[in-house]
Write a protein that binds this ligand. Structure first.
Ligand code: GMT
Length: 379
């Protein structure tokens, strides 16, 4: 198949899923065209089946708000026509699904009928999408898509609950490439971080409010009193500065390292003993899955789709959002006993294997075929 993929090219979960999916589809012989405003972060190599088309937005002085959506729609028209694409797969509803709808209408005037698949990732529904500023457009573009997927049952339910949706939504969960995300021998790194064999606790995110990074710091403050440990904070974003300040206020800065954005996050996960994700909302929790693939048990909130990933008492624990005491107690319970920690680590990996790329990729391929068959009947 010749497929166009539209996504945010950053480190965010939706961009990561879109890029990894495109790479895997290309490996499987499909021709994949990424169409976005800069080279996706994880698309950093050459493959004969991978193409990248940059959307550039002209900065005319009249534009206080340069119209990216129009530039994207025009680019989609151009790439679909000249590369003869068969299907467009857009990740994140805003503004990708509505730009694809516009491109589809324009292409119809050339006699080209291209189906559009929209994948909902989370904040496009749970935060931004619900905002009245965007809601009518999000509802319309989901209903106009030829196929819609959501990354968890919870996100699907939330979409039906908050929007007037007339389309079916297929659940296709996030996936993990276990060839990349697996335990790596990084003992020298472990020694540097934890010279006295302290436990290593890790959090990775974009440090937005929804991630509750201050909870991570507060949980760690309690844990390190009971179990000698170090905390690695990976990523960057608006709440980083407050998180650093809280470490100073609690006088634990010596045990906490802020590593910023990292490419090889699997290497850092490989030296870690416990991952903490206390998010306010999380449609799936890809970062937790990445940790589990590297044999790291997870302490998460029970928000959103997290119960579809984290098995309470098996791969880690789940607590109510904001229940710092319980998250700390559960962390200590896992970290205190070597044999218990090993069992949780093995369980985490076993669970991650159920989301292996080789199991999820065919779900997307089959869905594309269904959508193509249906739209041929329509035409
Ligand atoms: O978590 C973020 O803020 C990034 C966001 C995104 O859209 O890039 O991630 C969302 O999509 C991921 C991939 O499908 C999911 O695993 C994350 O759970 C989801 N984040 C939220 O729902 C907050």
């Amino acid at each position: 198949m010749k497929i166009g993929i539209v996504c945010y090219p950053t480190f965010g979960g939706s961009g990561v899923v879109a890029t990894e999916l495109g790479k895997a589809l290309a490996d499987n012989g499909h021709q994949i065209h990424f169409i976005t405003y800069s080279q996706p972060a994880r698309l950093d190599f050459f493959s004969e089946n991978l193409f990248y088309h940059e959307v550039s937005v002209s900065k005319y002085p009249l534009f206080d708000y340069p119209p990216y959506e129009l530039a994207l729609a025009s680019k989609l028209v151009d790439v679909v026509r000249f590369e003869k694409l068969e299907l467009l797969h857009v990740h994140y509803a805003i503004p990708h699904a509505s730009a694809a709808f516009m491109a589809k209408q324009i292409l119809a005037t050339y006699g080209i009928h291209i189906p559009v698949v929209t994948t909902l990732h989370g904040t496009d529904i749970t935060l931004v999408g619900k905002d009245l500023t965007y809601k009518p457009v999000v509802t319309f573009s989901i209903n106009q898509s030829d196929g819609v997927t959501a990354v968890s049952q919870n996100l699907k339910d939330d979409t039906y609950k908050h929007f007037d949706i007339t389309n079916d939504i297929r659940v296709i969960p996030n996936f993990i490439d276990l060839n990349r995300f697996s335990l790596k021998a990084k003992d020298h790194f472990k020694k540097a971080i934890a010279p006295n064999n302290e436990r290593i606790i890790i959090h990775t995110s974009n440090f937005r409010k929804v991630k509750r990074t201050l909870d991570v710091i507060r949980i760690f403050e309690k844990v390190q009193k009971a179990v000698p440990s170090k905390l690695l904070m990976v990523g960057d974003g608006p709440d980083r500065v407050y998180s650093e300040q809280l470490c100073r206020d609690l006088d634990i800065s010596e045990n906490v390292r802020f590593l910023g954005k990292q490419d090889a996050v699997e290497e850092i996960l490989s030296v870690s003993d416990l991952f903490i994700m206390p998010s306010e909302s999380e449609s799936f929790g890809l970062a937790a899955l990445e940790a589990m693939a590297c044999k790291v048990p997870v302490i998460t909130s029970n928000a959103g789709g997290l119960p579809e990933l984290n098995l309470d008492g098996v791969t880690g624990f789940m607590d109510n959002v904001g229940d710092i005491d319980s998250m700390a107690e559960h962390s200590i319970y896992i970290l205190q006993d070597e044999d218990r920690l090993t069992t949780f680590k093995n369980n985490a990996l076993a669970r991650a294997r159920q989301f292996d790329l080789s199991l999820i990729l065919p779900l997307y391929e089959d869905f594309y075929k269904e959508v193509l068959d249906k739209s041929m009947v329509k035409d």
